[in-house]
Design a protein around this ligand. Structure first.
Ligand code: PLP
Length: 370
């Protein structure tokens, strides 16, 4: 099979395109915040334009921004990370490409949970790395446990916490024992922490609390409300930084300069606290409403998604989503976007729109389904 044919489409983007053909659709498929970026980010962006910052930055990113990211780890988690270990990337998407290309060779295996964020496996395919899926379900809160790694042979384990699509968050014990187990077996632990900050009722932990060798990825697209700025970061053990620099130089030259300057103003902790409050209120509304209509395995602890079992209505999540879109004018993402493990029985709703929009969506769903 040609390499390109192993890549699957990102179905949510297909649904988004389809939904644009109809008027007055309620959008619960979109996985990006609707909120404006922190005002300080926009001020810095304007200043950068005024100062004509139109040139490439160093391949690893602006040192000032790498320092801000390092400071974030100190303030948020009490972890000391040298700014030298921070690589500024073109979104976390760019960070996945770099991490995979410096950690693995063609033919190596990367362990991923099923369900999980659909693009991970496609980054693997692009580099002729084999994704090896571990099916996870409600019995383990959709998480890979250390026991599940027994007997596995792979170069890396890659998880996100909070997770897309389930909103499940690794607690301290499970995360620390998983990192320890993976590294003890000689695997790299890749931790996608892009939904950190959007964690409700409990507290999130970075994998860096448990190991300096963990590969940590985060970015500005979710909590910082800057998805279109295409900016993320990667934290690496010092000895891998030069390798990442070489990939950055060749593939991207540098992350977008104006976005990097804008991000200098993004660490506004009061603003970010309010972002979390807004998503927390939306979560209550959507979760409470959807619970009346669908079986929901667990209240999501983070991110901005609800993973709903639609079995009582359909055993084909894709067809079900198309019907919801055409007949109820509600857009949601079919579970099959996220894997093959029972995903035809689930769909993902997102709460990335205002409460009245979500309430209207719930009203339409009720009218259509009940
Ligand atoms: C788990 C997860 N990781 C990464 C990304 C990609 O984000 P970025 O905009 O940083 O490339 C997404 C986007 O939805 C996501 O859900």
């Amino acid at each position: 099979m040609d390499r390109i044919d192993r890549l699957s489409p990102f179905i949510v983007m297909d649904i988004l395109r389809e939904s644009q053909k109809f008027e007055d659709v309620i959008h619960m498929e979109i996985g990006e915040p609707d909120l404006d970026p922190p005002p300080g980010a926009l001020e810095e962006l304007n200043r950068a334009i005024r100062d004509r910052r139109y040139f490439y930055t160093p391949a690893l990113g602006l040192m000032e921004l790498r320092e801000k990211v390092a400071e974030f780890y100190h303030l948020k988690y009490g972890v000391d990370v040298s700014p030298e270990r921070v690589v500024i990337t073109t979104g976390t998407s760019g960070a996945f490409l770099i991490a995979y290309s410096i950690l693995m060779n063609a033919g190596d295996r990367v362990i991923l949970p099923d369900p999980s964020y659909p693009c991970y496996k496609n980054f693997a395919h692009l580099l002729d790395i084999s994704p090896e899926f571990i099916p996870v379900g409600k019995d383990t809160n959709y998480q890979i446990t250390p026991e599940m790694l027994e007997e596995k042979e792979a170069k890396a384990v890659h998880v996100s916490s909070p997770a897309n699509p389930t909103g499940s968050l690794y607690d301290r014990e499970t995360l620390s024992s998983l990192v320890e187990k993976a590294e003890g077996m000689g695997m790299h632990f890749i931790s996608d922490e892009i939904y950190h900050g959007l964690v409700y009722e409990v507290r999130e932990h970075t994998a860096l609390e448990f190991s300096d060798n963990a590969i940590v990825i985060n970015g500005f697209s979710k909590y910082f409300c800057m998805p279109g700025f295409r900016l993320g970061w990667l934290i690496l053990p010092q000895e891998l930084v030069r390798k990442a620099e070489v990939v950055m130089q060749n593939v991207f030259i540098s992350a977008p300069t104006l976005s990097q300057y804008a991000a200098l103003g993004a660490f506004d902790y009061e603003f970010l606290q309010n972002v979390k409050k807004i998503f927390s209120e939306r979560r209550e509304v959507l979760y409470t409403g959807l619970k009346e209509l669908f079986e929901i395995d667990a209240k999501p602890q983070g991110a901005f998604y609800v993973w709903a079992n639609v079995e009582r209505y359909s055993e084909n999540s894709y067809e079900f989503c198309i019907k919801l879109l055409k007949e109820a004018k509600v857009a949601a993402t079919p579970g099959i976007d996220f894997g093959r493990n029972n995903t035809d029985r689930y769909i993902r709703f997102s709460y990335t729109k205002e409460v009245p929009h979500l309430e209207e969506g719930l009203r339409r769903l009720k009218e259509y389904l009940l």
